[in-house]
Design a binder for this molecule. Structure first.
Ligand SMILES: [Zn+2]
Length: 146
């Protein structure tokens, strides 16, 4: 952005010098040459202003995307702190809602795979498998026994 401003100021100074040359031209030929140079410099300045506006719009879009990403991470960080990793059976892990952070929600378990992707996906009871309970994730199809 600073570079674009410096380039625009240089182009503007060039226009000012060409204006002086145009006004002080002694002959019609000198005046026409100065007018053509002035028009070319004006077109160049317009192009640089357009480039600068495009660059600014791109930066504004990037800032908005980064702000959105930052807000999402902050929200996830708060949400993540409401859960703790629990081993429900040897080698079978889930993220369980901490009772002290439930805020009226039923205590539930989240899929550990989806949790790592910063997505909350509640494990659903799929039925019994012998004496063990079988739970699954509807998002990624992870199955947790226990
Ligand atoms: Zn999942």
């Amino acid at each position: 952005m600073i570079t674009e401003v410096a380039v625009a100021l240089t182009a503007f100074n060039n226009l000012r010098q060409l204006t002086t040359a145009l006004v002080s031209a002694k002959s019609e030929i000198d005046r026409q040459e100065a007018a053509i140079s002035f028009q070319n410099a004006l077109l160049d300045l317009q192009g640089r202003i357009f480039e600068s506006q495009t660059a600014q719009a791109t930066l504004q879009e990037r800032i908005a995307a980064l702000e959105s990403e930052l807000a999402r991470h902050k929200n996830w960080s708060k949400e993540r702190d409401r859960y703790s990793l629990q081993e429900v059976e040897t080698g079978a892990f889930v993220y369980r809602l901490k009772p002290e952070a439930a805020n009226g929600e039923a205590v539930h378990n989240l899929c550990p795979q989806c949790f790592e992707d910063e997505v909350k996906s509640i494990l659903q009871f799929l039925g019994k498998h012998g004496m063990r309970n079988k739970h699954g994730c509807n998002r990624c199809n992870t199955v947790v026994m226990g």
